[in-house]
Design a protein around this ligand. Structure first.
Ligand code: NDP
Ligand SMILES: O=C1O[C@H](COP(=O)(O)O)[C@@H](O)[C@H](O)[C@H]1O
Length: 525
């Protein structure tokens, strides 16, 4: 199967019934239904298709359709005609049931046996991770999982987090593989469906000029940030307090970004070749511990504070359904090393957190400074300019928002003196293509209907991700979370992860420098 990032978005051909377990939940109404609707608008869903929402809440088809109409109006990225929404929701049905009760599966099975329900079944597990195994086990007991060799297919999409640690992830894999073939399992990591994330591979391997400098000889360090401004969203406290930033974001999304930016070129674009390279990379990745684990890990919890309008913001420990004594991290920063020929000795810094200054996800590859300091550099912030040492080049993959790729290069500033100023060579999606980018779930749901697993994680890949993080989970007692103020850039102690590195966390500096209105008299320069 071709890497779906490069294939045309073509219509899924097999008629299918999509069953969403967890249909009354947040993910279904904010992401899954709007994504399926966009695919429908673009005529990419198969014909015929039906979507069955499954949850315990006392809804019926009509209530479910009304609610999903609202979700589509609120969360769909493209303008939608009311008539199209109405036609789409006619494909939606609701099935009330409890996933821990075998009777519910028998009732669902009877319903799906009706002639109007297409026989290919996509089961989407949009439920708490604790129910993943129970659900698959019960589906199999009810005879609802077909053999992969049969004419009609069964596919199961498993949401993240996949396990709570290495041991539970391995156990979950084993349990799932007792009921399903690996080809039937789609472990979703929605970051892999983001347009900008897929572009990392094309940027690296479709352009011959960057790859020769992507290695330890030229790269000083790499930093990856996924910061969010939100705190605990409604209803998420219970889940989040059990998992925290390390399990919710680092062990999946951030490590996947790291893989794409540092893995070797695959021999071809098949799902297996790409996943093989990712696994090799993850197996070579370790915490960069020099003396003890605090060299390589910093955890945090946001404290209470006020926002820019003076409104009070709850601290993590005051949030709904969070244990007031909790040690769970809402911020995590790591320093890693990749022990292979290409990257040995290049520090890799990862950081993610809730209630930070800005919502942004980016990868910054910082190159080494030139061997000879021939020039001076001018750096300006808030109309004040300084003469400094020459700055290194930085290549930034901006995943979201303002999606694009930026290369910071030093350029002679006009004037009598020979000083250099950083300028951006930039490509922004919005500048080049004036259209909204597909949502990750649009791509990924279509891929499952096509049977393309390239952008989903393989069992050994998940285990390799947990292997990177497991030493942290084993040493949480030594890594108590620091409090950090909401609305800023997280725990200040995380700066210490940069010891010996030429640089520091980026904290949105690029925007300030490139957008600044330089007030220095150029004649003085
Ligand atoms: N929300 C998000 O932005 C993201 C979520 N995810 C993942 O998606 C999954 C779902 O998350 P989210 O939608 O936020 O969670 P919610 O808590 O909002 O939804 C959980 C759903 O599961 C249903 N449910 C719970 N227990 C049962 C049961 N015994 N039988 C039947 N249905 C049950 C609930 O419905 P009812 O109470 O009516 O039974 C509800 O519909 C999780 O794995 C999460 O990690 C991943 C990325 C982002
Ligand atoms: O998987 C998750 O991702 C979201 C952030 O996703 P994004 O696409 O908005 O960057 C995060 O808020 C959530 O906690 C996590 O479960």
């Amino acid at each position: 199967m071709l890497f779906s990032g490069f294939s045309e978005q073509i219509r899924a051909h097999d008629p299918a019934t999509i069953v969403i377990f967890g249909a009354s939940g947040d993910l279904t109404h904010r992401k899954l239904i709007p994504a399926l609707f966009v695919a429908y608008m673009q005529d990419l869903l198969p014909e015929p298709f039906r979507i069955v929402g499954f949850a315990r809440r006392d809804y019926d088809d009509e209530i479910f359709r009304d609610m999903m109409e609202d979700s589509i109006r609120n969360f769909t990225r493209l303008p939608a005609a009311e008539e199209t929404i109405r036609r789409f929701v006619e494909h939606l049905y609701y099935h009330k049931g409890d996933l821990s009760s075998p009777d519910s599966y028998a009732a669902l099975k009877d319903r799906l046996a009706g002639a109007a329900y297409p026989e290919n079944h996509l089961f989407y597990l949009s439920i708490i991770p604790d129910l993943f195994h129970t659900t698959v086990h019960n589906l199999q007991k009810a005879g609802m999982i077909r053999d992969p060799e049969e004419e009609h297919w069964t596919r199961v999409v498993i949401e993240k987090p996949f396990g709570k640690d290495l041991e539970s992830a391995i156990a979950l894999n084993k349990e799932l593989l007792e009921h399903l073939d690996e080809t039937q399992i789609y472990r979703i990591d929605h970051y892999l469906g983001k347009e900008t994330v897929q572009n990392i591979l094309s940027f690296r391997f479709a352009n011959a000029i960057f790859e020769p400098v992507f290695n330890r000889s030229y790269v000083d360090h790499i930093q990856i940030t996924a910061s969010e401004t939100v705190g605990m969203e409604k209803g998420r406290g219970g889940y989040y307090d059990e998992y925290g930033a390390l399990r919710d974001m680092v062990t999946n999304h951030l490590l996947q970004l790291l893989c794409l930016v540092t893995m070797e070129a695959p021999g071809d674009l098949s799902a297996e070749s790409i996943r093989n390279e990712k696994v090799k990379l993850l197996n070579a990745t370790k915490l960069d511990i020099r003396e003890d684990i605090t060299d390589a890990v910093c955890r945090g919890q946001y404290a209470e504070g006020v926002d820019s309008d003076g409104n009070k913001i709850k601290g993590y420990l005051q949030e709904d359904r969070i244990d007031p004594q909790s040690d769970t991290d809402s911020f995590a920063a790591l320093r890693l090393s990749i022990n292979n020929w290409r990257w040995a000795g290049v520090p890799i810094l990862l950081r993610t957190g809730k209630r930070m200054a800005r919502k942004t996800t980016e990868i910054a590859v910082q190159f080494k400074v030139p061997p000879l300091q021939l020039f001076q550099q001018v750096e300006c912030e808030d109309d004040v300019c300084d003469i400094t040492r020459i700055k290194p080049n930085t290549l930034i993959f901006r995943i979201q928002p303002d999606e694009g790729i930026f290369l910071k290069v030093g350029t002679k500033r006009p004037g009598m003196r020979f000083v250099v100023e950083d300028v951006d060579m930039d490509f922004s999606y919005s500048g080049k293509w004036n259209q909204s980018l597909p949502e990750a779930y649009e791509r990924l749901l279509l891929d499952t209907l096509h049977g393309d697993s390239t952008l989903f994680t393989r069992s050994d890949e998940v285990a390799a991700e947990w292997r990177v993080v497991q030493p942290i989970l084993d040493n949480l007692e030594l890594l108590k979370p620091f409090a950090y103020p909401p609305g800023e850039w997280g725990v200040k102690e995380s700066d210490e992860l940069f010891l010996g590195v030429e640089g520091f966390w980026r904290n949105g500096r690029m925007e300030k420098v490139s957008g600044s209105n330089v007030a220095l008299d150029s004649a003085n320069l």
